[in-house]
Design a protein around this ligand. Structure first.
Ligand code: HEC
Length: 243
């Protein structure tokens, strides 16, 4: 009988160890997923600075420069729109665009102008451009309406260059120069259907599967250990009775 109790204690301990290990494994898998955030070096970057100039500028280089010159104050360095975060990059005295006599009511004459308090993002990952399907539509809209204070101020080539910059920011630029014709065929969301499909299939299948494998692993181990205790205990009791 004493022998049996010793073995029973041993198996209870073993069960504890197995349980601990399973929990530790669980803990490890739960801890690993959050990727360590990449060290951010933004504070040293001057986001108001002009883009570097190239010796023989491509349409994209020109677009980046023109965007900086004409669009950046209102639409932000990434096309994010006039967000509070972007305004805070300005020098202190320029942060409050909508103050009276700045770009709010009663702007200074003769060149002052008012800006709506919402300036939309114009690079799709940040939102915006919802009413356009092709870059051609954006081009014709911009050509007729932007920059807000002086619509039509730039040449067609300059507007096209800015479109190359926006396309590059959106990851749809394929390296060719845009013309007033070929830009009409450039879709803003070329892989919309594929993107929707892949997010729909990948995300939900993966997560629940991970969860169930972890918990069933754990349950399996516990059940195995428990089973072992019952079987071996049973054998000892049976042997004792047969003595
Ligand atoms: C003075 C501020 C200002 C400047 C400068 C400016 N914009 Fe805008 N932009 C706006 C505002 C405000 C709107 C929203 C107008 C509306 O919805 O009627 C807008 C709208 C747009 C839109 C349409 C976005 C959408 O989804 O409806 C595009 C594209 C655009 N701007 C491109 C440009 C480009 C390119 C430049 C530089 C050449 C530029 N803007 C310069 C203020 C500005």
């Amino acid at each position: 009988m004493r022998y049996f109790i010793l073995v029973l204690i041993f198996f209870v301990l073993l069960l504890g160890v197995v349980f601990e290990m399973a929990m530790a494994q669980d803990g490890v898998t739960a801890v690993t997923p959050p990727p360590s955030p990449a060290p951010q070096s933004t504070p040293t970057v001057d986001r108001l600075a002009p883009p570097p100039t190239a010796e023989t500028p491509t349409q994209l280089d020109e677009g980046a420069y023109l965007y900086w010159l004409y669009c950046i104050p209102c639409h932000g360095d990434k096309g994010q729109g006039l967000t509070d975060e972007w305004r805070m990059q300005y020098p202190e005295e320029d942060r409050y665009c909508w103050n009276s006599t700045c770009h709010g009511s009663n702007p200074p004459q003769p060149y002052g102008f008012q800006i709506p308090t919402v300036v939309p993002p114009i690079v799709i990952p940040h939102g915006g451009l919802e009413r356009f399907d092709t870059l051609g539509e954006v081009y014709y809209y911009t050509r007729g309406s932007m920059p807000l204070e002086l619509p039509g101020r730039l040449t067609d080539e300059e507007y096209l260059a800015i479109m190359a910059f926006l396309a590059n920011e959106m990851g749809i630029w394929e390296g060719q120069d845009y013309s007033a014709q070929n830009i009409l065929g450039v879709r803003l969301r070329p892989d919309e259907v594929i993107a929707v499909e892949s997010t729909a299939t990948v995300a939900p299948v993966n997560t629940p599967k991970n969860v169930t494998t972890i918990s069933s692993d754990l349950l399996g181990l516990v059940a195995l250990a428990f089973g072992a205790v019952v079987v071996i205990g049973g054998v000892f009791v049976w042997r004792r009775q047969n003595r």
